[in-house]
Design a protein around this ligand. Structure first.
Ligand SMILES: Nc1nc2c(ncn2[C@@H]2O[C@H](COP(=O)(O)OP(=O)(O)OP(=O)(O)O)[C@@H](O)[C@H]2O)c(=O)[nH]1
Ligand SMILES: [Mg+2]
Length: 375
């Protein structure tokens, strides 16, 4: 008897909309009722990815593709999917980083055309944050993100097979209705769901739909590569760092507080220069299952914790990821200053083991370019 085909899906959505949280929530339900879930974490950064560390703390099977979007590495993606299948996965989910668009053409259509029948393609799912959606709604509210970001939100929803309004625990029933009506009016042919990946409300219904429907996997025009696309991408930068902090007198301290302070310092630096960070994340593991994972989805919000450390430590290795709307060098300076400030305040010695910073459209990320013999 031949083995059933593995299912595969991609989640898209704006930075911080809840893709990782949603995949974890889906994965838990899939493991309980449908088979063996796996999450393929994808990021543009080379290494030290908070989402990968955080996802790995769950019981769900995980792996990662770092260094570039899965959109541009078909063979590697297929290899990784097959590795997960070999490890027992029957339902694999991955996200797309960066602008969060293009996976329809580059992942779904490519898999359908080049690997026909190899995987069961589940609906391409766009996760929408009700807060960011306000940018597109008739009120077009100011949420301290440049207008160029609107293109991304719209294109993400336009290319998806289903749209999931997430974080509904944060809004009233009336606001929920308003936002769903808006999405339905804008994308009348696309099924729309509401859920909270955090509380679990509505997640079963989404998983039931995903498990019982297939992706369209046919081209849709969403303005990929257009001027509006480039304008949006030009504004985004990535920052990843791993820093080892030691209390100089080997004293145990509360590193949750250090993280909170670090985020507040970064927030201050961004606010002062009129910049923003759609997603700032930090992860640090303690002993055993102990870890802290923090998220800030913009200068106007509170720091959120998926989990905090339960005990003090005298040293910790902290991973910081920022997906910013700021020049990459400006962002790097802001984080540098913030790290100096907290090192002083908490009497910490710091050693950086990894740092990378780049604008999404910046020249010089690879070989080639004006000064290179590789051109
Ligand atoms: N209240 C609430 N918070 C949520 C929900 N889903 C996610 N979050 C929080 O939103 C923040 C961002 O969630 P992530 O899952 O990391 O978002 P993401 O889309 O994967 O972010 P990137 O990968 O950086 O683009 C975290 O602090 C989550 O805990 C939800 O349903 N309700
Ligand atoms: Mg994520």
């Amino acid at each position: 008897m031949s083995q059933a085909k593995a299912k595969y899906m991609v989640t898209s959505g704006f930075l911080g909309s809840g893709k990782t949280t949603s995949m974890i929530a889906f994965g838990k339900i899939i493991d309980r009722h449908y088979g063996k879930a796996a999450i393929l974490v994808n990021d543009l950064g080379a290494d030290n990815i908070v989402d990968a560390s955080f996802t790995a703390t769950t019981d769900i099977l995980t792996t990662q593709i770092a260094g570039d979007c899965i959109c541009y590495q078909h063979e590697n993606l297929v290899d990784k999917l097959n590795q997960l299948v070999d490890r027992g996965a029957t339902v694999i989910m991955s996200d797309i980083p960066g602008c969060g668009i293009g996976a329809l053409e580059h992942v779904y259509v490519q898999l359908a055309e080049r690997r026909p029948g190899e995987f069961d393609l589940m609906p391409f799912t766009c996760i929408v944050d009700p807060e960011r959606l306000r940018m597109l709604m008739p009120e077009a509210e100011q949420i301290n993100l440049p207008a160029e970001m609107r293109f991304l939100l719209e294109a993400q929803m336009a290319e998806a097979d289903i749209i999931v309004l997430n974080k509904v625990d944060l809004i009233s029933a009336k606001e929920k209705e308003k936002r769903v009506e808006f999405i339905k009016a804008t994308f009348p042919d696309t099924p729309v769901f509401m859920m909270s990946a955090l509380t679990g409300e509505g997640v079963d219904e989404v998983v039931d739909y995903l498990m019982n429907h297939k992706a369209a996997a046919v081209h849709r025009e969403i303005g990929y590569g257009s001027e509006a696309f480039i304008a949006a991408e030009n504004l985004l930068s990535w920052y990843n760092r791993r820093v080892f902090f030691e209390e100089k007198n080997d004293k145990n301290i509360d590193f949750n507080e250090v993280v909170e302070d670090l985020f507040d310092q970064v927030r201050k630096g961004l606010t002062a220069g009129g910049n923003n960070v759609p997603h700032l994340k930090a992860f640090a593991a303690g002993e055993g299952d102990d870890f802290v994972k923090a998220s800030l989805i913009g200068i106007d919000y509170d720091v959120e914790y998926d989990q905090k450390l339960t005990q003090p430590y005298s040293a910790i290795s902290l991973v910081i990821n920022a997906r910013a709307v700021a020049d990459s060098h400006v962002m790097a300076d802001i984080v540098e200053d913030a790290l100096d400030t907290i090192a002083n305040k908490y009497n910490l010695r710091s050693r950086t083991f990894f740092v990378e910073t780049f604008g999404m459209m910046e020249e010089g990320r690879g070989d080639g370019g004006r000064a290179s013999r590789y051109e």
